[in-house]
Design a protein around this ligand. Structure first.
Ligand SMILES: [Zn+2]
Length: 331
């Protein structure tokens, strides 16, 4: 318990914790002191002071104060013990996000060094260098992640647990194009598309994260929902920045509530046109579900056998896709 306390105090600053929960404070008179609205009571005049040096807060409105653990107790209404557990969990999540970010940056640096990866992107019709950079796309050539991360102090045990490295100490994402997936500003997963004969899709055994790029896409009153990240990438490249992706046709409960967070929204569904009708059936089901939630749903039909990515790779233009949008069927 005492060790936990020490660890928490060293690893999480009260100010970071608050800012991560959208608290904003301005510098108050003394150095390292900040003042803002109190998150613990309805506040109109900034009365909540944080001393970043001492890691303490005090509110002149509700007269409560203390350290980070006290803050968690009050804001989450948890016992001391449960607050500690919550903060330990926070440390795990933060440090795993950091590990994924380092891995993604490492893979991103490999991309241009491997012509097979660059050729694969071209073959999938993805050629805008700025967009490739913006999406953080990388390549895992395989065999070198462990050495890199071990030199940064990460244990093999942790890498096995997160699934980045397999039992043979090889990169789990070997010979895959990598897309980082985010959740509320934190890197939550990596998606790897095989460029060889291995099973095409791979994610780490953890949450898929938010609907892709939701923080920017949610502002649009109509959004395009696709199955795969390559579909999304070519649509963004063609200027359809209102495209998001749930990675697969099944949305997690969190992704579903994101999609429905604005009542009048119109959702264009552009899943794969599969020979076995799987994509079409998933589109129908989702459209019905959206409809019954009060959203508008439209199903885009592409030429048989196509998904948005293959449609563009086969030479379709933005204006041809716009025509598909225009003809999309309402339920
Ligand atoms: Zn207060």
């Amino acid at each position: 318990m005492r060790e936990d306390l020490q660890q928490i105090k060293q690893r999480i600053s009260l100010l970071d914790y608050l800012q991560h929960r959208n608290w904003t404070g301005r510098r108050a008179g003394r150095r390292e002191e900040f003042v803002g609205l109190c998150p613990l009571h309805p506040d109109t005049q900034p009365s909540f002071y944080v001393n970043a040096h001492k890691n303490l807060f005090y509110c002149h409105g509700c007269q409560r104060g203390g350290d980070l653990i006290r803050f968690v107790e009050l804001s989450e209404r948890l016992s001391f013990r449960d607050s500690l557990a919550r903060l330990k969990q926070e440390i795990t999540v933060t440090s795993e996000a950091e590990l994924l970010q380092r891995t993604a940056a490492f893979y991103q640096a490999q991309l241009q060094r491997h012509s097979q990866a660059v050729e694969y992107l071209q073959q999938r019709s993805l050629h805008d260098a700025d967009l490739i950079e913006e999406l953080g796309i990388g390549f895992a050539p395989g065999g070198n992640l462990l050495r890199y991360l071990a030199a940064l102090g990460y244990s093999l045990d942790l890498l096995l647990r997160t699934g980045l490295v397999n039992r043979n100490s090889r990169d789990a994402f070997c010979r895959r194009i990598i897309f980082p997936c985010w959740q509320q500003g934190r890197m939550m997963n990596l998606y790897g598309r095989s460029i060889g004969s291995a099973f095409p899709h791979r994610l780490l055994p953890r949450s898929k994260g938010d609907l892709f790029a939701w923080e920017s896409v949610r502002a649009f009153s109509s959004v395009i929902l696709v199955e795969g990240l390559f579909d999304l990438a070519v649509l963004w490249q063609a200027g359809f920045r209102n495209t998001t992706c749930g990675i697969g046709t099944h949305l997690t409960p969190a992704q579903w509530s994101q999609l429905c967070d604005q009542p009048g929204r119109c959702v264009y569904i552009a899943f794969d046109q599969d020979a076995n009708q799987a994509g079409q059936q998933a589109s129908q089901l989702l459209a019905q579900k959206l409809h019954s939630t009060g959203l508008q749903a439209r199903i885009i039909s592409l030429p048989a056998g196509h998904d948005p990515n293959s449609y563009f790779a086969a030479g379709a233009t933005a204006s041809e896709f716009r025509t598909c949008l225009k003809h999309a069927q309402a339920l």
